[in-house]
Write a protein that binds this ligand. Structure first.
Ligand code: NAD
Ligand code: LMR
Length: 327
């Protein structure tokens, strides 16, 4: 019997967690022979619905589920965690931008960053999903001085998947034919989904699609997809977000495919001139559980302007929450 992996999920009574937890106990993240202990965190007012989720998880009788721990105390919930999905936060409604959530959600990530610092395993992988995800991740890591910044990432995998899907659909091919799509910057309207390095069946994507489609349809559709889902569903994306979170964590644990990369928002080391310390989405490869920003991609003026614009938005967000940083 393998040692169980301890996975903490915040916002455990919410819609994304509900779509995620049952896939975890089916083995979709860590494999069909890897036991798990789930640590579920909610606010005190949502303990009852979270208990209901825990009951349903037990009722699956999954041989992978070694235990379920429920708590409203972040320190208790993160105790011994190997993997953490920070999902619990308010979602936006119609007509809002994700940055409108910053003042509402920021404090959550300061408190949870401190709890992670105290209680999580030192090699923990923390994926921030709650919006605005990039800046929330920056708040969390800046409250966890004893954890490496590389332990934290914010989720732009949903944007990456949306970009892959839009390109495949436009080219009339399967998504398996698409590689090297990159999403740069913030998980927001300013994100820059970039096809300059992308390939369709191994050949350059921009030789197979029209510039006008790339610039005037593809980019805004991907940038605004979250709002379009809210408009259609009346609620923000949930199953696709859970799927993206699972894929992001899986690739972070087990590595990215040869000849391809994924998009993850990670602490900038100054690559591509991005201000160090911002949590910015880059194309990354992963090996041995560690990500590396893909180096030295050629960046033209069109891309440079957009990469800078989304960086400027992250700087403005950072400036609004600096008072919450512990270092
Ligand atoms: P939801 O309202 O269904 O669930 C959120 C849950 O979080 C609620 O049950 C709430 O009680 C809980 N919560 C609030 N504060 C908490 C705290 N301090 N500790 C623990 N739990 C807490 O929302 P959802 O649809 O699951 O979305 C969650 C977040 O994920 C939102 O901020 C949403 O905007 C974001 N999101 C991000 C992406 C992305 O791509 N990064 C995609 C989809 C949604
Ligand atoms: C998304 O991209 O679907 C989420 O971030 C939810 C939102 O507010 O758009």
């Amino acid at each position: 019997m393998k040692t169980p992996v301890h996975i903490a999920i915040t916002g455990a009574a919410g819609q994304i967690s509900y779509a995620l937890a049952f896939r975890l106990i089916a083995g979709d993240l860590a494999g069909p022979d890897q036991p798990l202990v789930l640590h579920l965190l909610e606010v005190p007012e949502a303990m009852l619905p979270m208990k209901g989720v825990a009951m349903e998880l037990m009722d699956c009788a999954s041989p992978l589920l070694a235990d379920v721990i429920i708590s409203s105390d972040p320190r208790e919930a993160f105790d011994g965690a190997d993997l953490v999905f920070l999902i619990g936060a308010k979602p936006r409604g119609p007509g809002m931008e994700r940055r409108d959530l910053l003042q509402i959600n920021a404090e959550i990530f300061a408190v949870q960053g401190q709890a992670l610092n105290q209680a999580a395993k030192r090699g923990v992988k923390v994926l921030v999903v709650g919006n605005p995800a990039n800046t929330n991740a920056m708040i969390a890591l800046r409250n966890a001085p004893d954890l490496a910044p590389e332990n934290f990432s914010a989720m732009t995998r949903l944007d990456h998947n949306r970009a892959v899907s839009q390109l495949a659909s436009h080219c009339g091919c399967g998504t398996g034919a698409i590689s090297r799509v990159a999403v740069w910057g913030n998980h927001s309207i300013t994100q820059y989904p970039d096809l300059h390095h992308a390939r369709v069946s191994g050949a350059p994507a921009l030789e197979q699609v029209e510039q006008d489609w790339f610039r005037n349809q593809f980019i805004p559709v991907v940038q605004k997809r979250g709002a379009a889902v809210i408009e259609a569903r009346g609620k923000s994306s949930a199953a696709s977000a859970a799927h993206a979170a699972l894929e992001c964590m899986r690739d972070w644990m087990f590595g990215t495919p040869a000849d391809d990369w994924v998009s993850m928002a990670v602490v900038s080391d100054g690559s591509y001139g991005v201000t160090p310390g911002l949590v910015y989405s880059f194309p990354v490869t992963v090996a041995d559980g560690r990500y590396a920003i893909v180096p030295e991609l050629p960046i033209n003026q069109f891309s440079h302007v957009r990469m800078h614009l989304t960086e400027a938005e992250l700087i403005a967000e950072r400036d609004m929450v600096q008072h919450l940083f512990r270092y």
